[in-house]
Design a protein around this ligand. Structure first.
Ligand SMILES: [Cu+2]
Ligand SMILES: [Zn+2]
Length: 178
């Protein structure tokens, strides 16, 4: 941040007082290459786990494990707000959708950034997720929410995939990597 301000100041000096700077210089100095969300039960669902988002060569690597689930598929999304205060998880808002697209599958080009599809729980109620996401941007998802749903995301119904209620909620933060 300090570097950014210094650079901006220098630029303004060079341009001088007689000219208006109309173009904003875009400097990306997002320094985090791993984010993590600890996901906690909504109500008494007993569903919990964690998921990491790590910068990789072909996109963002999404790795997670959750327990306490009913076997089968459960909608798994990044929601707009990192806010799990509501007893039913609705404080996390809708699917995170900075591009204003329709709901879709993680493999779709047109999708919400938050559309990570489903996690599949086995007979023991454990689900793991491991894939590389080509749409997610770490800088944009920091501070937003993770929601696991009671039902399956059908990947087509608008705007939520008809995945039902919210059974677990987490907030995406900066991972301790050292
Ligand atoms: Cu969701
Ligand atoms: Zn969606």
């Amino acid at each position: 941040m300090k570097l950014t301000s210094l650079f901006t100041a220098l630029l303004l000096m060079t341009v001088g007082c007689t000219q208006t700077v109309e173009k904003e210089v875009e400097i990306t100095n997002f320094e985090h290459d791993e984010l993590v969300a600890t996901v906690m039960p909504v109500g008494d669902s007993g569903v919990a786990g964690s998921v990491t988002f790590t910068e990789s060569e072909n996109g963002v690597s999404v790795e997670g494990e959750f327990s306490g689930l009913e076997s089968g598929n459960h909608g798994f999304h990044i929601h707009e707000f990192g806010d799990c205060r509501a007893a039913d998880g609705t404080s996390a808002g809708g699917h995170f959708n900075p591009a204003g697209n329709d709901h879709g599958a993680p493999t779709d080009e047109m999708r919400h950034m938050g559309d990570m599809g489903n996690i599949e729980a086995n007979e023991e109620g454990v689900a793991t997720v491991s894939y590389v996401d080509e749409t997610i941007s770490l800088e944009e998802i920091l501070g937003r929410g993770i929601i696991i749903h009671a039902g399956e995301d059908d990947l087509t119904s608008q705007p939520t995939g008809a995945a039902g209620g919210r059974i677990a909620c987490g907030v995406i933060g900066i991972a301790q990597t050292q």
